[in-house]
Design a protein around this ligand. Structure first.
Ligand SMILES: NC(=O)c1ccc[n+]([C@@H]2O[C@H](COP(=O)([O-])OP(=O)(O)OC[C@H]3O[C@@H](n4cnc5c(N)ncnc54)[C@H](O)[C@@H]3O)[C@@H](O)[C@H]2O)c1
Ligand SMILES: [Zn+2]
Length: 344
């Protein structure tokens, strides 16, 4: 089932195409004289040739693989490669990869020549349903993740589920955490586990993307409802920080969703069945559902540095029930520790 969405953003509309094989039809979406096909050294040997064969104006530019390369140093290296490949302001950057490539190449596209067109071509499940949609691009600093960035709406987003054939299973599971999140925020149909097999990827991706599009259209600059996309993420970011990224983002999000549901129950927003149900979904996709020996105090301290906490006041996205999410401030530390104890 093909899906074409038109996304409305403050800078105009763009198309988002979800269709098997759309990567091979990329030339239909680009009239640029030069396209810098930007990917990493893992994805290049797997998928770059498909794009280069389909796009005569394309030239390959690679960056190393890994979150630790989502930096300004990599962005600078990309700029030099873009100059070398003859990219000028009429050209485009095509980001072929997971969220790391999308965010890094996207930030380069937002700034090179004061901004060139950006074609997002996500290859990981997470990038397909989350990072390629919504216009946020950026890089990490040593002091923290995503501290430097921009809003850069893509010219087009091309989502080809065929890329997922080579995606490592652990990355599939991580993407599923964001899909469960999308279901909890905005689409009950996503929460039907019979949809969660790679063979039905297209359908579940389309639904999850629709949830994200609906939210970013309503709140393109993250002033209100976009915060709902952070369901589970206050816990997740703390877990990533405290474990020095031994927990992958999607693994941390899965646990974070369960913890957020427990916290909602502790705060009296939902009944105790909800955290059990969320835990069952997370377990079903094969993600961890227990914290193990990670210290609750250390997690709280890490949360307190969250960019979204204003003037030291705690701020959590909590949940009354599926598709009924809310932002709560001044959640007491004791409630958070109690919720964490339930996922111990
Ligand atoms: N901009 C946003 O709105 C937004 C939203 C969510 C996450 N993010 C960012 O996204 C990043 C995480 O993205 P991710 O989970 O895609 O991680 P990633 O980009 O590191 O990709 C995960 C791994 O899978 C590999 N890979 C990707 N596609 C593949 C394929 N088809 N075949 C084989 N290997 C493949 C990558 O090389 C990498 O090793 C983080 O930096 C996060 O901050 C951004
Ligand atoms: Zn996330």
């Amino acid at each position: 089932m093909a899906g074409i969405l038109t996304v409305h953003s403050p800078e105009g509309e763009y198309r988002l195409v979800i269709e098997r094989g759309v990567a091979r039809r990329v030339s239909g979406f680009s009239a640029h004289p030069r396209v810098a096909v930007t990917t990493n050294t893992t994805i290049a040997p797997l998928h770059a040739q498909t794009i280069l064969d389909a796009l005569p104006t394309g030239r390959l530019v690679t960056m190393p693989d890994g979150e630790q390369y989502k930096t300004l140093a990599t962005v600078e290296a990309l700029y030099h490669d873009y100059v070398r490949t003859g990219l000028d302001r009429h050209g485009a950057v095509l980001a072929l990869g997971g969220g790391v490539v999308g965010d890094t190449a996207g930030f380069a596209a937002a700034t090179y020549y004061r901004g060139v067109d950006l074609i997002q071509m996500p290859t990981s499940l997470l990038a397909m349903v989350d990072s390629s949609v919504g216009g946020k691009v950026g890089v990490d600093l040593a002091e923290g993740k995503n501290l430097v960035g921009a809003f850069k709406q893509p010219a087009v987003v091309l989502i080809d589920p065929d890329f997922l054939v080579t995606l490592p299973e652990v990355e599939w599971r991580c993407g599923m955490a964001e899909i469960i999140k999308a279901g909890l925020i905005g689409d009950a149909a996503i929460l039907d586990p019979s949809l969660w097999s790679p063979t039905r990827a297209e359908d579940v991706i389309r639904r999850a993307v629709q949830v994200k599009v609906g939210i970013v259209e309503a709140d393109p600059f993250e002033k209100g409802v976009r915060a709902h996309l952070n369901l589970g993420h206050t816990f997740a970011h703390a877990l990533e920080t405290v474990t020095e990224y031994q927990w992958r983002h999607g693994e941390a999000v899965g646990l974070g969703l369960i913890a957020a549901a427990h916290l909602s129950a502790v705060m009296g927003l939902c009944d105790a069945a909800l955290p059990e149900q969320v835990g069952a979904w997370v377990r079903q996709v094969g993600l961890p559902t227990r914290l193990g020996d990670v210290s609750a105090d250390a997690l709280w301290d890490a949360m307190a540095t969250d960019k979204k906490w204003r003037a030291g006041r705690s701020r959590f996205v909590l949940i009354h029930g599926p598709q009924h999410v809310t932002v709560v401030e001044d959640v007491p530390r004791s409630a958070v520790i109690e919720a964490l104890d339930k996922v111990r």
